[in-house]
Design a binder for this molecule. Structure first.
Ligand SMILES: Cc1cn([C@H]2C[C@H](O)[C@@H](COP(=O)(O)OP(=O)(O)O[C@H]3O[C@H](C)C(=O)[C@H](O)[C@H]3O)O2)c(=O)[nH]c1=O
Length: 185
């Protein structure tokens, strides 16, 4: 695996090193030693997968509030997505910055997302499978979100927006912390 620090502080784009032969290829997708060498977590308590039927569908953006904030290792194992992350951490040099990258079964890329960063994606093809290794247990009472069209994100979604869940349409407008709140966060 090749680890590249990505734009949002603490995020990493991990490129595969496939071993190819006449049958196809084999690529490692996780290694405790390599992750530890890059200061990344090595214990993911939940592994999840989502299937998205239609291109244009948007899931997210989601995050869990403390003490259930999650680190995620996200990959698209079938089809392609535009993966989008947004930095919610007032003390981060990239606070309130948005960054996106295409993940696909073809490119085999993975995105490591640190705690305090919201995550979402748009399916760029039909029949998309997205894989998650997650460092914290699912805690629905701590589930939070930002609407995909919140102006704070300033995301140009590549496809006309198809399906978005009722829940993802119901997130409140995201409000940045005012300076005095930032010092308390
Ligand atoms: C996340 C999660 C969900 N669920 C249940 C809750 C709902 O009944 C159903 C669908 O959940 P949700 O609509 O939150 O699924 P997504 O919209 O794909 O959300 C996920 O995709 C965005 C982009 C993310 O970054 C998160 O990892 C995750 O929130 O699965 C569980 O049982 N366990 C879980 O860990």
């Amino acid at each position: 695996m090749q680890f590249h620090a990505a734009r949002i502080c603490g995020s990493w784009l991990i490129e595969p090193d496939p071993a190819t032969d006449e049958r196809g290829w084999f690529a490692r997708t996780f290694c405790e030693r390599e992750f530890a060498e890059h200061g990344l977590p090595t214990h993911f308590v939940q592994h999840s997968r989502s299937f998205t039927r239609r291109a244009g569908t948007i899931r997210g953006l989601h995050f869990q509030s403390p003490p259930f904030a999650e680190e995620k290792l996200v990959s698209c194992v079938a089809g392609a997505i535009l993966d989008v992350i947004f930095d919610l951490r007032p003390d981060s040099p990239t606070y309130m910055e948005t960054w996106s990258v295409e993940l696909s079964g073809e490119n085999g890329r993975q995105l490591f997302i640190p705690k305090g960063v919201a995550h979402g994606f748009q399916a760029l093809t039909d029949n998309v499978l997205v894989n998650y290794l997650i460092s914290e247990f699912y805690a629905p009472e701590h589930a939070r979100g930002i609407r995909y069209d919140d102006p704070v994100l300033n995301v140009r979604w590549p496809l006309p927006v198809a399906t978005v869940s009722e829940r993802d349409l119901s997130w409140p407008r995201w409000e940045p912390l005012v300076p005095e709140e930032r010092s308390l966060s």
